[in-house]
Design a protein. Structure first.
Length: 364
């Protein structure tokens, strides 16, 4: 795939910068989303202390000191390389994992690889996830892993984005087989993620058959790539699709809140605005929680040091919230009593989720 850069690569680079600008312009810091339909039953005898709380979690066989991470965003241009350097520096400072954005541009034009390699250079000891789509060859996926000396590989599923993107793909056949081929070729765990439209239980069960190590439901409620790509369409004629997909909370409820949860470990991202959303996701069964839009907003608007402080604050606040809920570790959050209301409750019931049982988990 290492061929001379041409007009297509220049167009891809321009699109990367355009995505970054549109993501910032369309970002809503405190915008309501489905996490607001998820509340905890307060019990006034927590029975634990902040010192006793273990905020660590295990992802792809590795122990993370905190249960959240910086999720896939960008890379491959001068502007996005600077963003990746600052994100990686903040990740290293706070001890959090970090995933890069799609590396396709660097696979097609090796001169752009530095915009991704900077992540490992700035975060030499971090858990780093490389990122490709299911359309790359197994050899190219291996190159992406080697580019970052990555600990794991994300494969993003973005059919909804591609269909709205003016120059996007229109053929999505063979993706499951392609994922299985990549899993067999790379020496690190593979995590399949959506890009903001959610993974249904049926999709997760299909992905389990490909041999992936985990999934990230990456639901609706945060950065909306349909909205971003529609802004790039001459007529902006697909605005009625904005909001497409299942929310992160609904994906977690369908996949994990029942007598037969899916067999794969599940990560959560999409619309994560604060530490409470992190803890909500963990309580609904996620093993770790990714944040993108909020992290990018803090970095661009307030600078690298503000982002470092924000990540440290999140670590402290997750510990506080776990103490309030009487959860000495992440697994105990899955036994807290959770109330789901509003449209999320209506949709969850239609999908067969026992919400009454969820509200009385501590009784058992």
């Amino acid at each position: 795939m290492n061929r001379p850069a041409g007009p297509a690569e220049s167009e891809r680079a321009s699109r990367k910068d355009e995505h970054l600008e549109l993501a910032m312009r369309l970002h809503g810091t405190d915008r309501p989303n489905a996490f607001d339909d998820v509340a905890f039953v307060h019990h006034a005898l927590p029975g634990t202390s902040t010192e006793a709380v273990d905020t660590g979690t295990t992802v792809c066989g590795a122990r993370w000191p905190v249960p959240f991470y910086i999720n896939a965003m960008t890379g491959g241009t001068r502007a996005t390389a600077a963003v990746n350097a600052d994100l990686a520096g903040a990740a290293a400072d706070a001890g959090v994992a970090i995933a890069c954005g799609s590396q396709h541009i660097a696979l097609r034009d090796p001169e752009r690889a530095e915009g991704f390699r900077v992540i490992r250079r700035e975060a030499p000891n971090a858990f780093v996830l490389a990122n490709v789509g299911p359309t790359v060859s197994p050899q190219e996926a291996l190159q992406a892993v080697e580019m970052l000396e990555a600990n794991a590989l994300q494969i993003h599923l973005n059919a909804a984005q591609e269909l709205v993107m003016p120059e996007g793909d229109r053929d999505f056949t063979g993706w499951s087989e392609a994922i299985a081929g990549i899993v067999a070729a790379v020496p690190v765990p593979v995590v399949v993620k959506e890009v903001g439209f959610g993974l249904s239980r049926r999709t997760i069960e299909a992905l389990a058959r490909t041999g992936v190590a985990a999934v990230d439901v990456a639901g609706a409620g945060g950065t909306d790539f349909i909205a971003i790509e529609n802004e790039r369409r001459p007529q902006r004629d697909l605005s009625y699709l904005v909001g497409w997909g299942q929310s992160t909370a609904l994906c977690l409820l369908e996949s994990l809140s029942g007598s037969e949860p899916v067999s794969l470990p599940v990560l959560a991202s999409g619309g994560v605005r604060n530490p409470l959303d992190v803890v909500r996701s963990l309580a609904l069964g996620a093993c770790a929680v990714g944040a993108s839009g909020h992290v990018l907003h803090i970095l661009v608007k307030e600078g690298p040091e503000a982002l470092r402080q924000e990540l440290r604050t999140w670590s402290e606040h997750v510990r506080i919230l776990m103490t309030l809920l009487g959860a000495a570790d992440v697994s105990q959050l899955r036994r807290t009593d959770v109330l789901v209301t509003g449209s999320t409750a209506e949709r969850a019931r239609l999908l067969g989720v026992d919400l009454t049982g969820l509200a009385h988990r501590s009784d058992t």
